[in-house]
Ligand binder design. Structure first.
Ligand code: HEM
Length: 125
């Protein structure tokens, strides 16, 4: 009789353990779903496209954001101190500066890795 009671208690404990393990897994699943969703949103927003005419609006003047293009990739320099008001060592934002960064700058393309990518350049129709 005592043995039966003990095994009933053990059985209940086992069921509770299994149930709590399952609900934890569900939480983990939800978490990774959320992560995947935000990644997808971030990737989609990087896919913004600019023609050179559109890029020209992002010159850092009058409160506009400051974007520059190098090798077809558009970078955000709005919050970079060295690019205040869209100006940097005689350069102006809102342009393709591939030649300038490669031939005139002391740092070359090495500074690009610290910038946020906002999109890419497409040919105007
Ligand atoms: C697309 C073109 C360019 C981009 C995106 C760019 C970006 C940057 C960035 C992100 C910095 C670092 C700012 C910081 O750490 O706060 C920097 C610094 C600097 N840039 Fe440029 N730059 C460009 C072109 C040029 C050119 C053409 C020159 C010179 C003629 C130049 C000269 C400098 C100098 C002297 C510094 C400070 C020293 C250093 O950090 O190496 N840059 N640039």
């Amino acid at each position: 009789m005592r043995k039966t009671k003990l095994s009933a208690i053990l059985l209940v404990m086992a069921v509770v353990l299994v149930m709590s393990a399952c609900s934890n897994n569900k939480q983990l699943d939800n978490q990774s779903n959320e992560e995947t969703k935000s990644k997808v949103v971030a990737e989609e927003s990087e896919e913004k496209t600019f023609t050179l005419e559109e890029l020209a609006k992002y010159d850092g003047q009058n409160g506009n954001p400051a974007y520059v293009a190098v090798d077809g990739v558009v970078y955000d320099v709005t919050s970079i101190g060295a690019w205040k008001d869209g100006k940097h060592n005689g350069l102006t934002a809102g342009k393709d500066l591939t030649e300038e960064i490669k031939t005139m700058s002391p740092h070359g393309v090495s500074k690009l890795s610290k910038l946020d990518v906002v999109g890419k350049i497409v040919e105007s129709e």
